[in-house]
Design a protein around this ligand. Structure first.
Ligand code: IVH
Length: 685
């Protein structure tokens, strides 16, 4: 390696890491509805990635998060439809300077329309001959889910417009929102029913829009504001006129829209709405600035992801000072001890905050906080509240006057050294940020957490044994570890106040059924640290029984795909603990699948190669050399997966004669390759 590439290497690594981080953040935001980064953090990482990609053009990747908008595709049950015009995102700005930079690139006479930036999710409404025919989510920007049945529950969205001055087709884009009042009522209801709460109205609106039952959607009470009209032969020469027209046609357009002539006017609008927005019935997280003149808009055009003629200005995250009353600790399933800030309750972006995670000891040290401090709590529109700093302490203020005082250095915060649940001294594994309680088999949240993991859906999938029941049976001394589950007796369970005979029978049926769960899932269910679902599957294919796995060395384990030294050590340590061996022995006696079944083994053996590993293949049409069933078997024998319908995830289509026109069209739209049977046979040769 020459000197230059040595300098470059860390930056190339950083570039790859940022791509991964942003991809993951997009997935959590759009698909899981669980944002992990604030908008600002996201933008900062995105800018850094853009800069690195500019510096290393050889690392260009069309799949990079800089090249496409995040995607919310993948929800079942909705038809995916290609957008007539891609649904893009907006570039963000956070200061007057950034707005000035943007304005400088516009024609000098450009008027700027200021609008509120509604914090919901975007929707594209298609009107054909005055009738609402589609309502598409943004999806990946190119195609979205048609959620029309749910959109029709929104009273302010007309299903039909009866006027003779409307074009044959037009599209209106806007934001779907759950008003604050509805959001709070919904969360209250969920709290009563012990269902997980929505973090903010945006997540609630997004979860609601993806429901399969429009009656439930109607009950929740969504609303929408529209802010962008598209189509051909539309009336008007400015964006403002178009919105006025849409208003006349009966659409719900905000009254807060203003045409500004210069940055001073824009800043005045921002200052006014930063305060006034708190009185609005829906969530907003900024302002959108758009060039008013449509010809100018067209001349400015678009980048790959955003229009050049519009930009968002994000309001600064709301911040409050409050008292850090106490730091308490929570113990998780794996024994990790997480510190939690208990705060004097404070109102922040519409909700009351009284607890916030402090992550780990290093986090507390980096902020240098301790009980009694007044701390800053921050909440972007999206994110769970976090502590970002503290006010100077009185002793520090007096230090300023008398520099000899050393008070502040004397009293620092000490992380607890004992488990708050069982009193065991905590350990900190070198290289890890977390303190852990090592009392795996005696610490209540760890015991219960392990059992909860064992019975969970992706593990042993035991119905009727939920968190509360586990807690109850643990309290009653009936459950101490996962093997105890298989010793539970009908009369013991039925004797419990909240359970009764019927639920006892259900539970026992679930326990019995779990004895058929295959080896790979049993291995995952054991809860060996860092052995997730996929890793367990890979291990189970190599070590086809517990007896084989038990004697594997760390070195041998590392030879398995995805198994690194840390995981290997964890597996070895698991089998070195005699308590685990006793539990495994009891599980085996109870009749659990501790090895691959005959069928699984013969399937493994019939696998000829893995040239198609990880590929999803659709078969369509008729073939001359093999039957469809034979092709299906061939795909599987070479490690691929045969799937029924074409989607974004399809790797390619094995296309015979007379392929269905629908599939062909979909494949074309999604740019999926068609492969002839000859090409296919050659590939797996
Ligand atoms: S205009 C091509 N106007 O913000 C530009 N978007 O962060 C189309 N949003 O995807 C968007 N209020 O979901 C526009 N008044 C407004 C908006 C707005 C909220 C959302 C929209 C967009 C996102 C970008």
């Amino acid at each position: 390696m020459d000197l230059f590439s040595e300098i470059e290497e860390p930056e190339r690594e950083e570039l790859k890491r940022l791509r991964k981080e942003l991809e993951e953040a997009n997935y959590k935001y759009y698909v899981l509805n669980m944002p992990t980064l604030s908008d600002r953090e996201f933008d900062e990482k995105m800018h850094r990635l853009q800069a690195l990609e500019a510096q290393y053009p050889d690392m260009f990747d069309p799949k990079s998060p800089t090249q496409h908008v995040g995607s919310d595709l993948g929800k079942k049950g909705f038809e995916q439809v290609k957008h007539k015009y891609p649904m893009l995102s907006l570039a963000n700005s956070y200061s007057r300077e950034e707005i000035e930079d943007w304005v400088r690139k516009l024609p000098s006479n450009a008027e700027i329309v200021c609008e509120l930036k509604y914090d919901g999710l975007s929707i594209s409404l298609w009107y054909e001959n005055g009738v609402l025919t589609k309502a598409l989510t943004r999806g990946d920007g190119q195609q979205g889910d048609d959620v029309i049945a749910n959109i029709k529950t929104i009273p302010s969205i007309p299903w039909r417009i009866e006027r003779n001055d409307i074009p044959a087709f037009f599209e209106l884009r806007g934001e779907v929102l759950l008003p604050w009042e509805r959001f709070e009522a919904l969360n209250k209801e969920r709290e009563e029913q012990e269902e997980p709460l929505f973090a903010n109205p945006r997540n609630a609106a997004s979860g609601t829009l993806k429901l399969q039952d429009p009656r439930e959607v109607a009950r929740r009470g969504l609303d929408a504001y529209l802010y962008y009209m598209l189509g051909e032969n539309l009336p008007g020469t400015t964006h403002y006129e178009r919105l006025e027209t849409a208003k006349r046609w009966g659409f719900h357009i905000s009254d807060a829209i203003k045409v500004c002539k210069n940055v001073d006017e824009v800043m005045a609008y921002i200052a006014y709405w930063d305060t006034e927005r708190k009185n609005l019935p829906v969530a907003t997280d900024g302002i959108v600035l758009k060039v008013n003149n449509l010809v100018q808009q067209e001349e400015l055009g678009f980048t790959a992801k955003t229009p050049r003629w519009a930009i968002a200005y994000k309001f600064p995250a709301e911040k409050q000072l409050t008292l850090l009353k106490e730091i308490t600790y929570q113990v998780g399933r794996t024994g990790v001890v997480t510190p939690v800030a208990n705060l004097e309750p404070v109102q922040l972006s519409g909700t009351i905050v009284q607890r916030a995670t402090l992550h780990n000891e290093d986090f507390i040290r980096s902020l240098d906080i301790r009980p009694g401090d007044r701390v800053w709590v921050e909440k972007g529109g999206e994110i769970i509240p976090k502590i970002t700093g503290r006010e100077k302490r009185e002793e520090e203020l007096s230090t300023l006057n008398s520099p000899t005082s050393i008070n502040s250095q004397l009293s620092t915060f000490n992380f607890t050294d004992k488990c708050p649940e069982c009193g065991t001294p905590l350990v900190r594994i070198p290289g890890e940020a977390a303190w852990r309680c090592p009392n795996e088999s005696g610490c209540p949240p760890q015991i219960k957490g392990k059992i909860e993991h064992f019975v969970s859906r992706k593990a042993m999938n035991i119905d009727g044994l939920g968190e509360e029941t586990i807690d109850l049976l643990y309290q009653k001394d009936l459950l101490h570890n996962i093997a105890d589950i298989y010793d539970l007796k009908l009369e013991d369970i039925a004797a419990q106040e909240r359970l009764g005979e019927k639920s006892a029978q259900n539970m026992l049926a679930g326990i019995e059924a779990s004895k058929q769960v295959p080896w790979a899932r049993v291995l995952f269910a054991l809860g060996i640290r860092m052995v997730g679902e996929t890793t367990a599957k890979k291990i189970a294919r190599v070590y086809t029984s517990i007896d084989a796995l038990q004697w594997a060395t760390a070195e041998q384990l590392c030879a398995i795909e995805d198994v690194g030294p840390q995981i290997a050590e964890n597996i070895v340590a698991y089998f070195n603990d005699i308590r685990n061996l006793e539990i495994l022995d009891r599980l085996r006696k109870a009749g659990l699948q501790m090895a691959l079944s005959e069928e699984e083994i013969s399937n493994l053996k019939s696998q000829i190669s893995n040239v198609l590993q990880g590929q999803s293949i659709v078969i369509s049409g008729t073939f001359s050399q093999h039957s469809r069933d034979e092709y299906k078997a061939l795909i599987e024998a070479h490690g691929g997966k045969n799937v029924g319908s074409v989607s974004k995830k399809t790797s390619f289509i094995l296309a015979g004669e007379n392929m269905g026109p629908e599939k062909r069209k979909k494949a074309e739209d999604l740019g999926i390759q068609l492969m002839s049977e000859e090409e296919f046979l050659q590939m797996i040769q």
